[in-house]
Structure formats: structure tokens, C-alpha cells
Ligand binder design. Structure first.
Ligand code: ZN
Length: 340
């Protein structure tokens, strides 16, 4: 018997089990809940389809949830999963911003739950959220994906069929889930700052300026030194199609004024590296500078998107390929043309 070969995997197993135990991860049939601070959980769905993060803040008497996932069905799964960590009632839901993938589960929380968001978020969700470009593109994308998978199914071998069928079922279910969406806007708004005092828990809500949308808020727990930033600050450049790239750099500068040690973003995993904010600021400032002359020269935005080279951010943000999202350039062009 080779001792090394036997012992080392056991040690690794023990080590990883230890790490998992330290992180306090609870898994439910639909979710993974990671305790990121005492009584504060990052809630992520485990299904292999796109979704957003939610933050679950369990206080002495109640529960405050930040973001409601992308459909009522996913929000129901979230609410059920929260019951596996606490029996306390959910009293408050906070929307980080209006985007469909963070706010279209709102309706599940019910009349008794206060929904807090920025004035802009209310304006958007009380308007025509099902006609918002990003939602329309997402539903169209789902439809196109389903058509592609259906095509694959007709040509699939018996061996491949079960795996392809699994994906077909997942996307079909998502299309069904979307039919149920009846967006609900926040019933309580802020335009600058608000603080919730729940037992000994202090929950600050800050608006630092326009960024990913016109109304992104950051939820900050000062005692826990933890900030939930939604899509205003991810682990790299965010989606810019509804953004204010010209103001975002300053908004992130304002975010740096908080004494957080951990950022929980709207997608992906928590991080502690403050330098990442500066790297993302540098990216946005650079992108703006590169787009302006293209706009001045009358280059079509799709051509500009192909031409723009951001690979000088490879070492800080892992940008390895030339070209950027055409929606980002289109949005910057719109800002340069005076769009709000
Ligand atoms: Zn978003």
C-alpha cells in the first residue's frame, strides 16, 4: 500500500471538510446558504441556470432579505430555504436595483412585507418593467436557447438524449416561470440614505450615485463590516447597457468610504480585495476614453465594440480578448448624445 497516496487525499478531505465547516454552508433542495457574518447568509440557487444572489439578514426578531431572484418560483424556493435557517418572519425586502434578475420575485413576499428601494427603482418597477430591454432580451434569449436545444434533441443519439433533455426541461420550466411574473415596486423609497435598526442589528442603505442603473443601492452592515453591492460592484466589470459609465467611477469612489472588509456582489462570490474596486474604476474610465473618439468620428457602435481593445486590463481583471459588449458601447454613445 502506498501510504502517501492514501494519506494525502485523506488529509485534503479533512482540510476541505474543515473549510466547509468554518464557512457554515447550509444546503437545501434549491439553495446554498453561506453564512458570511453572524446570522447573515449569502443565498445562491444551486440549479445550473443563471440567477442572482440574495442576502438574508436574520435579526433578533425578524428577517430582512436583499433581492428577490429572477422569478416568483425562485423567490418561493428562497423563502422555503430561509425557513431552514430560522423560524423568524421575513418583514422586509430590499431591492438593490430594478433589474429583472434581482426584483421579479418581489410578488412572493406578500402584502405584509415592506419593500424598500431607491426612488428610481420604484419608478422603473412601477412603469413597464416587462418592456425593459434587458428583460425582453432575456426572454428572447431563453426562447432561442430552447429552439436550439429542441433541434439538438431531434438529432441526438440515445446516449446523449437524457443530458440534452435535462437542459430542455430546465429552460422550459424557466419559460413557464416567467409567465407568472407580475412585478411589484418598492412601497418605501429612499434617494440618499436610510438605516434600519432591528434589535441589535444596524442595516444601512446607501445610494452613492448612478452606476449600473440610475438607482443602485448598497446595503451595509457596519458592525459586520459587510457590504452587499448588487451589480454596482461585481468581481469585474458589470453589465453596462443601462449604466452611467461616466458617473460610475465616482460612485465607486464613494463606496470606498465605507469601512467594509467583505463585499457580497449581486452575482458571484464574496470578496475582500479592495484593490478590485480601483481596477474596475480604471476599466470604466479607460473604456469611456476609448469610446469618446469613436463616437466623435461617427464609427457605428457595433464596429467600435469590435475594435476597442481593453486587454491592457488583463493582469488586473483578466481581460484577454479584444472587443467589448456592443450594448456597453451603445449605451455610452447614448450618454454622449444626451440620453439620461
Ligand atoms: Zn443588474
Amino acid at each position: 500500500m502506498n501510504i502517501k497516496r492514501t494519506i494525502i487525499p485523506l488529509l485534503l478531505l479533512a482540510l476541505s471538510a474543515h473549510l466547509v465547516a468554518d464557512e457554515h454552508i447550509i444546503t437545501t433542495p434549491s439553495h446554498r446558504l453561506t453564512e458570511v457574518a453572524n446570522g447573515v447568509y449569502l443565498a445562491q440557487t444551486t440549479a445550473p441556470l443563471f440567477n442572482s444572489n440574495a442576502l438574508v439578514i436574520v435579526n433578533e426578531e425578524d428577517v430582512v432579505v436583499v433581492d428577490s431572484h429572477l422569478t416568483p418560483a425562485k423567490a418561493r424556493d428562497l423563502v422555503a430555504s430561509i425557513k431552514s435557517v430560522t423560524t423568524k418572519p421575513i418583514t422586509t425586502l430590499i431591492n438593490s436595483h430594478f433589474h429583472w434578475d434581482h426584483a421579479h420575485g418581489n410578488q412572493v413576499f406578500g402584502d405584509g412585507v415592506q419593500i424598500i428601494g431607491h426612488e428610481y427603482t420604484r419608478m422603473k418597477l412601477a412603469g413597464t418593467p416587462l418592456e425593459e430591454t434587458q428583460y425582453v432580451l432575456a426572454t428572447a434569449g431563453n426562447k432561442a436557447t430552447l429552439a436550439r436545444i429542441r433541434e439538438m434533441l431531434t438529432n441526438a443519439s440515445e446516449e446523449d438524449r437524457p443530458e440534452i433533455q435535462k437542459w430542455f426541461d430546465l429552460y422550459s420550466q424557466q419559460a413557464e416561470d416567467w409567465k407568472e411574473i407580475a412585478p411589484i415596486p418598492p412601497d418605501t423609497t429612499l434617494n440618499d440614505r436610510m438605516t434600519l435598526f432591528r434589535g441589535s442589528r444596524e442595516i444601512q442603505i446607501h445610494f452613492f450615485g448612478r452606476a449600473h442603473t440610475g438607482g443602485d443601492i448598497t446595503v451595509y452592515l457596519p458592525a459586520e463590516k459587510l457590504a452587499f453591492t448588487g451589480d454596482m460592484m461585481l468581481q469585474g466589470p458589470s453589465f453596462l447597457g443601462d449604466g452611467y459609465v461616466d458617473e460610475w467611477v465616482q460612485t465607486l469612489e464613494n463606496l470606498k468610504g465605507l469601512a467594509f472588509e467583505t463585499i457580497v456582489p449581486g452575482h458571484g462570490n464574496p470578496f475582500t480585495d479592495r484593490d478590485l474596486i480601483s481596477h474596475v474604476q480604471a476599466y470604466y474610465a479607460d473604456l469611456w476614453e476609448k469610446v469618446v473618439p469613436m463616437h466623435e468620428q461617427g464609427v457605428a457602435f457595433a464596429d467600435a465594440a469590435r475594435e476597442i481593445d481593453m486587454t491592457n486590463h488583463a493582469s488586473t481583471l483578466g481581460v484577454r480578448r479584444k472587443g467589448v459588449d456592443p450594448q456597453a458601447v451603445g449605451r455610452i454613445y447614448a450618454r454622449l448624445d444626451g440620453a439620461d
